[in-house]
Design a protein around this ligand. Structure first.
Ligand SMILES: [Zn+2]
Length: 231
């Protein structure tokens, strides 16, 4: 039962970097302003306290002020994290590393769900994420929607999706995120809590560049992008 567990309060700054890889054929003149808008809005949406119940973790040694990895305990974790979100433009694959989040900006996506045109396509839980440049111009929240898939959110369908950012069908008025969605994203971001508590955290075995290459070249996805710039 939630209330019976000891509570662990987690506070601090966490920086999230999203590398934006511009791969259009015609150029993306509004990219800087779209990135600034998206960075600002992701920061706003990730703000707020969340709880994660019954999390099985290393035991927190309050005297030593760190986790003791030799013993385990179950906690209700209260997160008060200050996420610092940075969108950074890159133009070379070599600028992608380890567990970077990546958003590739492309010309077109041929893949169709429910016969709808696809403006963005993302692998859940880590990415990569992609967006069609012209659609990002029309619907400025699309890249935030795609990034939130990266953090584990699914689509919301039907009547309750009318104002939801995660509605399957994009609209300029879709920008709401619920507390339960925030909790899901926070739990994903903080899944490495014990390692993160030591400071810098990286997952070098996650080969972002190779994952992006496979995703873009998967014929089922139907990507059109500037292949000469993918280097
Ligand atoms: Zn979506």
């Amino acid at each position: 039962m939630p209330g019976k567990m000891p509570e662990l309060l987690v506070t601090g700054d966490v920086t999230i970097t999203i590398k934006v890889f511009e791969l259009t054929s015609t150029g993306a003149p509004k990219l800087n302003s779209l990135m600034a808008y998206t960075q600002h809005n992701i920061t706003n949406k990730l703000r707020g306290e969340t709880m994660e119940y019954n999390r099985y973790l290393s035991n927190y040694d309050t005297k030593a002020n760190k986790f003791n990895i030799n013993t385990m305990a179950t906690y209700n974790v209260r997160y008060r994290i200050n996420y610092i979100v940075k969108l950074k433009k890159i133009n070379r694959l070599s600028q992608l590393s380890g567990n970077d989040f990546v958003l590739a900006v492309v010309d077109r996506i041929g893949f169709k769900t429910d016969n709808l045109t696809t403006s963005g396509l993302t692998l859940r839980q880590g990415g990569p994420a992609t967006v069609v440049y012209n659609d990002w111009c029309k619907y400025p929240n699309i890249s935030m929607h795609e990034f939130f898939h990266t953090l584990g959110l699914e689509h919301i369908k039907g009547a309750s999706s009318r104002k939801s950012l995660m509605a399957e069908v994009a609209g300029i008025n879709n920008n709401m995120i619920s507390l339960s969605e925030l909790s899901i994203m926070n739990a994903y971001l903080m899944r490495g809590l014990v390692d993160m508590s030591d400071g810098a955290y990286a997952n070098p075995t996650l080969n972002t560049a190779e994952n992006l290459r496979k995703f873009l070249n998967n014929p089922t996805n139907g990507f059109k992008y500037n292949k000469a710039n993918f280097r």
